[in-house]
Structures are given as structure tokens and as C-alpha cells.
Design a protein around this ligand. Structure first.
Ligand SMILES: N[C@@H](CCC(=O)N[C@@H](CS)C(=O)NCC(=O)O)C(=O)O
Length: 204
């Protein structure tokens, strides 16, 4: 399976899930500035939406996109790794609830902070919204090591990837000690380190 990624982008989430689950991935880097691949070819020909992550499951078929879905597909390739609860169970929906929360409340809000043309007042409003969500996460993580409780899941891979953007956007988690400790806990996992190293985000 091939993952189209850009270092530190939301594609890090499926990369972490594959690393944790032991699912082999072929990594193909996308230049998101020019939307080209290393050989100069046009990424829009691979994914007409132009964004990462995308996975090529079978040659000749359309790529699978949307980070919160891609992480589930990869986790389901190795159910014994326990990164997503079994389909149809209440636990699965709980995990999907967190994935949707990360996608719509964190990821989409953060996206506004990356665009250079976003007006300053919009950025201020977005940061206030993110602070509310961080406060909720902080309260939840007071009594839970991970989003689903005691065990790491695909939802953590996605939440970690997105919240990690505070480090690139001049923000910090100083008001959210439980969330900060959670980020350190996830970052310390050897398979997360392996994915970070593979993307060149920490020294190899
Ligand atoms: N709806 C997509 C959005 C993915 C997304 O925002 N990807 C960003 C990187 S984190 C990207 O590739 N941006 C470049 C572009 O849209 O051209 C998802 O949830 O996976």
C-alpha cells in the first residue's frame, strides 16, 4: 500500500497507525507547494483534490482519502493490533466520534491558521475555538492516558498529529498540562518516533 504524504502534515496520522500496527507502507512524498511528486509528475493526477493523505490500495483504482477514514482502513488491516475497536460495536462508534471530533473541531480549525491570507481576526477567533477544544481534551485526559481510555488508538495518532501543529504555528499548550503530558506520552512511543524519523521531523 502506498501513502502519499508530506512531512508533518495530517498524513502523519496514517503513517503512525501503520507504524504502530506493523502494516507495511510505501511512502511517496508530495510537494504541496507545487502539487508534484519527486519525479515531477502532477499529484492532481493521483488525487484530484490535491491534498494528502491519500493511499493507493490497488493499482488502477482511485486513491482513498480523508485522514479519519484512511487511519481506519489501515488499522483494520491488522485488527489484532487493537488500534480500532471491532466494527459495529459501541466502542467503534466512540472511536469514530473522536476521529470526527479531531477532523472537524481540530483539523479544520487549524487549517485556517496555515493559510497566509487568513485575516488576523479570523485567526484570533479560530485560536479561541481551539482553546475551548483543548480545554475539553485536557479535562478528558486528566483521567485517561489516551482518548479511548488506557490504550492507544488510531484516534490518538490523528489527535497527536494535529495538536502537534502548535509547535509550527507559534502556539503552546502551557494552559493544558494534561494535554501537554499526553502529547509527550504519544511522542515517546517507539513506533511514533519511527514515523517521525521517517518523515525527517526528528533526528534519525
Ligand atoms: N479533507 C482532508 C483534508 C486534508 C488536508 O487538509 N491536507 C492538507 C495537509 S494537512 C493538504 O494536503 N493541503 C494541501 C492542499 O490542499 O493543496 C482530510 O480530512 O484528510
Amino acid at each position: 500500500m502506498k501513502l502519499y504524504y508530506s512531512p508533518g502534515a495530517c498524513s502523519l496520522a496514517p503513517h503512525i497507525v501503520a507504524s504502530e500496527a506493523g502494516v507495511p507502507l510505501e511512502l511517496e512524498k508530495v510537494d504541496l507547494g507545487s502539487h508534484t511528486l519527486a519525479d515531477g509528475s502532477n499529484y492532481y493526477d493521483v488525487n484530484p483534490r490535491g491534498y494528502v493523505p491519500a493511499i493507493q490500495i490497488k493499482a488502477g483504482e482511485p486513491v482513498l482519502t480523508e485522514a479519519n477514514i484512511v487511519v481506519q482502513y489501515i488499522a483494520d488491516q491488522k485488527p489484532e493490533a487493537g488500534l480500532m475497536p471491532k466494527a459495529g460495536t459501541p466502542e467503534r462508534y466512540r472511536a469514530q466520534q473522536w476521529l470526527a471530533f479531531v477532523a472537524t473541531e481540530l483539523h479544520k480549525n487549524f487549517s485556517w491558521l496555515w493559510y497566509k491570507d487568513t485575516p488576523a481576526e479570523t485567526k484570533t477567533a479560530v485560536k479561541a475555538k481551539l482553546d475551548k477544544r483543548f480545554a475539553e481534551l485536557d479535562a478528558h485526559l486528566k483521567g485517561n492516558a489516551y482518548l479511548l481510555g488506557k490504550d492507544f488508538s488510531a484516534a490518538d495518532a490523528y489527535a497527536f498529529t494535529i495538536v502537534n501543529w502548535v509547535n509550527f504555528l507559534g502556539m503552546n499548550l502551557n494552559s493544558f498540562p494534561n494535554l501537554k503530558a499526553y502529547m509527550d506520552r504519544v511522542a515517546a512511543r517507539p513506533k511514533v518516533q519511527a514515523a517521525l524519523k521517517a518523515e525527517g521531523l526528528v533526528a534519525a
